[in-house]
Design a protein around this ligand. Structure first.
Ligand code: ADP
Length: 593
């Protein structure tokens, strides 16, 4: 049964009950009022009849008392006038006139002296009774009053109760008809209001249903101003407020997820029961976590003992010291792991943050090696200079020896100067303090200018330089000053390590818009295992160190830097026919014009 029907039925029941109660009350009061009125009328009529009879008797005083026939005729006359049965009763109880009985029957009528209304009339001046009439054989209402008359002592009026009841039924029927009409009207009104409220309740239920389905777009339904409306509005506002909070939460979550995804640090979150809540991509990659068992115990996913210890401590509410560890199956990387308890309202969860410090450690090692190398490189010439200066200061050497000592001191001082210059250059390149300035150059002229720069060294060793420029590489786009330094370094090396009277070849070629410059010599070449390392700072191939050609060991490191500034790369290889070849590849440097 729906709300509207229930509402209608209860309103109808209430109206029916109220109308039934009102009907019963009204009909009983109507009935008693009608009774009273009939009674009053009869009393007035009996008194009037008595008065008329007394008046008639007074007027006829002195004459013979009227005959029974006259009395009966008088009874009939008054009976017709008042519309009721009229009976005259003599003092001894004989009936001397009756409007309902013919004259002949009067003598056979029962003595009326003991009738209750007659007895009461003589005792209190008015008698009243209701009883079955033996004479008329119907139930009657009797009212009797005493009368001062020579022929009678009591006058009595009687009205059949069926008349009284008929009058009452008329009143009752009218009342019931009115009540029935009222009930129909009430039902119509109840139906109207039930439908209106039912319609509103259905509207509100529809909105609630939509909200429950997850669609929280605000409703434009008019909830009304009564209590129902107030409740619906209050609930609606609460739902909207909740919706806003949910949206905010979702936004926060998304933001959090974006931050965690974008982080370089690995983040792992574990709940108070040790269940894995979150492991961002960085953490998964660092710890090589292939299948993430979220919401399961973290040990099912992360089995690293050091991490397990950290998380255990953090779950116990402590903040353990950070730990360095290597990820599983990769000893070359170092990860710094830090754990902390995560305070929530209840027991602690734990957050683990992972930082890959491999590069930091490597950089730190490189820096330390570099400082050691620099110190070592400087100590050699300094020791030599100091030794020869000490020998000179003793003043025991001859002029020839003195000159030789001074030449050695100068050589080492020059080496130190070169070393410091190279170091400063590298420092500038590292700090990106040398901006690149690209220009189009004629390749052959450019190479010739570098060769001219190295000419003294080449001539000293009677070496020749051969230059070939392929047609596509006639012009190259480079920073001329920087590539000049790079090419000069390569030419100096070629001259240094190749034998005297050998030939050094410089080739320029193009592959699409990529320019390829190579410097080849006829020297001993470079051992295969050293090929990848000769571009490191201070790296020298051992056997050439034995010859000590006076290099700083920084030349190729500078070359690499300068070429990389051009966005290119440089590598070394051994030629099949003997000797080393350095190949410089420069992208977008060749132009076909
Ligand atoms: P250096 O100042 O010692 O020449 P570089 O960085 O220029 O330092 O070269 C590093 C090492 O590479 C050299 O010590 C040398 O052993 C090797 N090397 C460089 N160029 C050649 C070459 N053309 N032939 C053989 N070995 C070479």
């Amino acid at each position: 049964m729906n709300f509207q029907t229930k509402l209608f039925l209860s309103a109808l029941a209430a109206a029916s009950l109220a109308l039934a109660v009102a009907g019963v009350r009204f009909s009983t009061s109507m009935r008693s009022q009608a009774n009273a009125r009939i009674d009053e009328t009869l009393v007035a009529e009996v008194r009037l009849a008595a008065e008329l009879l007394e008046q008639g008797a007074r007027q006829n005083s002195g004459s013979t008392p009227p005959s029974i026939a006259a009395l009966d005729a008088e009874a009939d006359r008054i009976g017709t006038l008042v519309g009721a049965r009229v009976t005259f009763i003599a003092a001894d109880g004989r009936v001397v006139g009756d409007s309902a009985e013919p004259l002949d029957n009067l003598s056979s009528m029962e003595n009326h002296a003991s009738r209750p209304e007659v007895v009461a009339a003589h005792q209190s001046g008015l008698g009243r009774a209701q009883r079955w009439s033996a004479t008329l054989n119907i139930e009657m209402l009797y009212i009797a009053a005493p009368v001062q008359h020579p022929a009678m002592a009591t006058v009595r009026l009687a009205l059949p109760l069926t008349d009284v009841r008929h009058q009452l039924r008329t009143v009752l029927t009218a009342t019931l008809t009115a009540l029935g009409l009222a009930l129909v009207g009430g039902a119509v009104i109840a139906l109207f209001f039930a439908r209106r409220i039912g319609h509103r309740v259905r509207g509100i239920a529809g909105v609630a249903q939509r909200y429950r389905g997850g669609d929280l777009t605000p409703s434009h339904l008019d909830y009304g101003d009564d209590e129902l409306g107030t409740v619906a509005r209050a609930l609606d506002e609460s739902v909207q407020e909740l919706g806003r909070r949910l949206e905010e939460l979702a936004r926060d979550r998304a933001r959090m997820k974006a931050i965690l995804t974008g982080m370089i640090e690995g983040v792992i979150v574990v709940d108070p029961q040790g269940r894995l809540q979150l492991a961002n991509e960085a953490a998964q990659e660092m710890l090589r976590l292939d299948d993430l068992a979220l919401a399961r115990h973290y040990l099912e996913t992360i089995r690293h003992p050091a991490i397990a210890d950290l998380i255990t401590d953090a779950l116990a509410g402590q903040t353990p010291e950070s730990v360095q560890l290597s990820p599983p199956r990769d000893a070359s990387r170092t990860i710094m792991a830090r754990a902390a308890p995560m305070a929530t309202t209840g027991p602690n969860g734990a957050v683990l943050v992972l930082h890959d410090i491999t590069d930091l450690k490597r950089a730190d090692q490189v820096r330390r090696d570099f400082v050691a190398n620099v110190s070592h490189e400087l100590r050699t010439p300094l020791t030599a200079i100091r030794g020869y200066v000490e020998a000179l200061s003793e003043g025991e050497s001859d002029p020839e020896e003195t000159r030789r000592f001074l030449a050695i001191i100068l050589r080492h001082a020059l080496l130190m100067e070169r070393l410091v210059k190279d170091l400063l250059r590298l420092a500038r390149l590292d700090a990106r303090q040398e901006p690149i300035d690209i220009a189009a150059c004629d390749t052959r002229a450019f190479v010739q200018s570098v060769v001219a720069d190295v000419a003294p060294a080449l001539e000293a060793r009677q070496q020749r330089v051969e230059i070939t420029v392929a047609p596509g590489a006639a012009t190259i786009r480079i920073d001329p000053a920087k590539l000049h330094d790079a090419l000069r370094n390569l030419l100096v090396n070629a001259s240094t390590y190749a034998p005297e009277r050998s030939t050094v070849t410089v080739d320029a070629a193009a592959d699409g818009d990529t320019a390829v410059l190579s410097v080849s010599d006829e020297g001993p070449g470079i051992p295969e295992e050293d090929l990848s390392r000769i571009f490191e700072r201070f790296y020298r191939v051992d056997k050439s160190r034995g010859r000590d050609p006076g290099g700083t060991g920084l030349g190729l490191a500078i070359v690499k830097h300068l070429i990389e500034l051009h966005g290119g790369n440089v590598r070394a290889e051994n030629r099949r026919e003997g000797g080393a070849r350095f190949i410089v590849t420069l992208k977008h440097a060749a132009s076909r014009t």
